[in-house]
Write a protein that binds this ligand. Sequence first.
Ligand SMILES: Nc1ncnc2c1ncn2[C@@H]1O[C@H](COP(=O)(O)OP(=O)(O)OP(=O)(O)O)[C@@H](O)[C@H]1O
Ligand SMILES: [Mg+2]
Length: 512
Amino acid sequence: MSDYVLGIDLGTSTTSVSVVQDGMATVIPIIGEEEDKVMPSVVGFSNRGETITVGKKAKDLRHLNPVNTIYSIKRVIGRNFSHPETQKYARRFPYKVVQGKNDSVEIEIFGRRVTPQMILSLVLKKAKKAAREYLGEEVNDAIITVPANYNEAQRRATQEAGRLAGLNVLRIINEPTAAALAYGFGANRNEKIAVFDFGGGTFDITILEVNNNIFSVLATAGDSFLGGDDIDAAIVQFIIYDIEQTYNVQMMLDSEMMIILLTEAERIKIELSKEEKVSVLVKNLIPYKDETYLDYERTFDRRLLEQIVDPIISRCFDICKTAMTDSHLSVTDLDAVIMVGGSSKMPRVQQRVSEFFQQPPYFGIESVLVISMGASIMGHTLSAGYSETAPTLLDVVPLSLGVGSVGDYIEVLVDKNEPLPLERKEIFTNAADNAENVKIAIYQGGGQSKKQSHLMGELTLADIRRARRGELKIEVTFEIDTNGVLNVSAVDLDTGRMQKITLNILGLEQGA
Ligand SMILES: Nc1ncnc2c1ncn2[C@@H]1O[C@H](COP(=O)(O)OP(=O)(O)OP(=O)(O)O)[C@@H](O)[C@H]1O
Ligand SMILES: [Mg+2]
């Protein structure tokens, strides 16, 4: 058995894997991937599904096989098919998203159905294999990171992806906490920090307090539809607009051309993080006479890119304001702003971060690797040979919690960002005359709307006193400990009859 524990950042766009070796968090090479380190979280199926390609090669061939190349699948893992976010996203995927059992999400490939867990397990398998090749031994234990605002179903599904890849997932930890560990573990810091994570699909900002090896989240906020993908889409929109204005034509793009343009947009964006200017040439793009096409050629500079993407970048700072308010701190209280994610490499993003936070951003650890490195540090402290102080991770409630009421309405008992542990009590009553039982349904996320929320569990108080609507008094208590274990009890105050249920808002027993 190996003593190593892998730290895996399973991102929407890219995945990386690290391990602590000789006391140092080390990124495991994945040969043939971007800089031999960062693997696109993309899986391509060809040859009737017999051939599976994972990573850069699958991404590079995406335009030739749009229907059978699965990317950004993390968006829908652990989600219900009918959830508005799934519906919104499914419309953007060229591949076929279908409804599975119990309203789950499935993908149809060559007539066969696979789950998002299975797809992500293929990415994880490749990460595991790279670790075996690098370390010369099979490593099974791993920590996988997830966005801080994941609900319990999304966390459980991520763990299942790990299990399907043959991994023993010791813990699922939050991405921003992992970044904070990479920054502060073992460094004797007493600081308040922000983790600014601008990735491919999502933007997240988390405010933490680091006191030696105690990492307390103070507030977290984010938008799961704000990332580099939106920047690429905005550049494509601009190209279409540019052509339509210049040539007075109507552009109609098929999915192959759309992917080619999105790939080109990403290249423009990434090159402009280094260069001032970049020239673009897309062959046969502009419709011309007699079914012939003209090439699209122009130079993009940083200023043009800024004009195109500034409205998108601005949205990050509205979210930063919310997080700062929730944390009860002001930007001048922060000792560092840790930059995470590929989109944080854009000079314009860095400039605006400096302006907003009134300090230069911290880039001491490579922004696309910092999360997997932090996860490997967490893993190391759980490994057999480790005997020093382990980190203490103190979280906030990632998503609001409440009890279902009539119609689509949820009575919220616990707000997002409340520190753990906590206890809340509220009196509920019967919604119907002479009901035989009262059902208490516990929802996570989505505020006051059931449709936007995840149903975590239910308990039923049976054989209650027959009463007119509004007459009964049912006291519901939510108690959550620092591991995310939620004990819900409902007491009929007339009879003292009680029912209880135990759930976990973080999806699994942390440290179990
Ligand atoms: N040098 C660069 N300049 C600008 N953007 C970049 C650069 N390098 C990568 N990106 C962009 O970063 C994004 C990927 O970032 P990252 O790998 O952090 O995402 P992720 O962690 O997979 O996604 P998420 O955090 O949303 O789950 C892509 O949109 C990519 O185009
Ligand atoms: Mg990420």
